[in-house]
Design a protein around this ligand. Structure first.
Ligand code: ZN
Ligand code: ZN
Length: 153
C-alpha cells in the first residue's frame, strides 16, 4: 500500500459499511489515487492489467464506487457514456469544460465561479454543501478537436 493515510480512511469506511476488506480493493485505491487527471473505470482496469494486476473488472468498478462514497475520489458525469473519476485525495477544487465532440476535458479555476454558489445559496437562505459547474462546449478550432481528426482518417 502506497498511500497509507488514504488506506486508513478507506479501511474505516469499509469496516463501518460492513464491506469486505480485500487487498484487491487497496490495489485499486492506490492506482486510482496515483492516476493523473480524469479516467474511466475501463481505462484504470486496462492500465492495471498492463501492470500485471489480477484484479477483475468487476472489482475495479465496485471499488471505484466505494472510493467515491468515502470521498477519496470524485465522480463526474460529463454526459452519456462519459463518466470520469478523479482523485480527491490532494483536494484542490476546480471546474471543468468538456468538448461535446471529442470529449476533451479542460480544468479551470475561476474565483467568480467559486464565490457564486455561496452568494446564491445565502441569498436564498441556504448553506452550500457542494455544487458542480460544467461547461459543455465545442472546440473552436477543428484542428484541436480529435473528433475531427478521427473523421479525416
Ligand atoms: Zn478535474
Ligand atoms: Zn473537441
Amino acid at each position: 500500500m502506497k498511500h497509507t493515510q488514504a488506506a486508513e480512511i478507506f479501511k474505516d469506511f469499509l469496516k463501518n459499511g460492513r464491506n469486505r476488506i480485500t487487498p484487491e480493493r487497496f490495489e485499486v485505491m492506490d492506482a486510482a489515487i496515483d492516476h493523473q487527471g480524469h479516467f474511466g473505470a475501463d481505462d484504470l482496469f486496462i492500465e492495471m492489467k498492463n501492470q500485471k494486476s489480477r484484479v477483475s473488472r468487476a472489482t475495479v468498478y465496485k471499488t471505484l464506487e466505494l472510493l467515491v462514497n468515502c470521498e477519496l475520489l470524485v465522480k463526474h458525469n460529463f454526459g452519456e457514456n462519459l463518466t470520469r473519476y478523479e482523485s480527491n485525495y490532494r483536494k484542490q477544487t476546480h471546474d471543468h469544460l468538456i468538448c461535446m465532440d471529442c470529449g476533451r476535458i479542460v480544468e479551470f479555476i475561476n474565483p467568480k465561479v467559486k464565490k457564486l454558489p455561496g452568494e446564491i445559496a445565502s441569498s436564498l437562505g441556504f448553506e452550500v454543501e457542494s455544487f458542480s459547474f460544467n461547461i459543455f462546449a465545442r472546440c473552436k478550432s477543428t484542428k484541436d478537436c480529435t473528433f475531427y481528426k478521427k473523421e479525416k482518417k
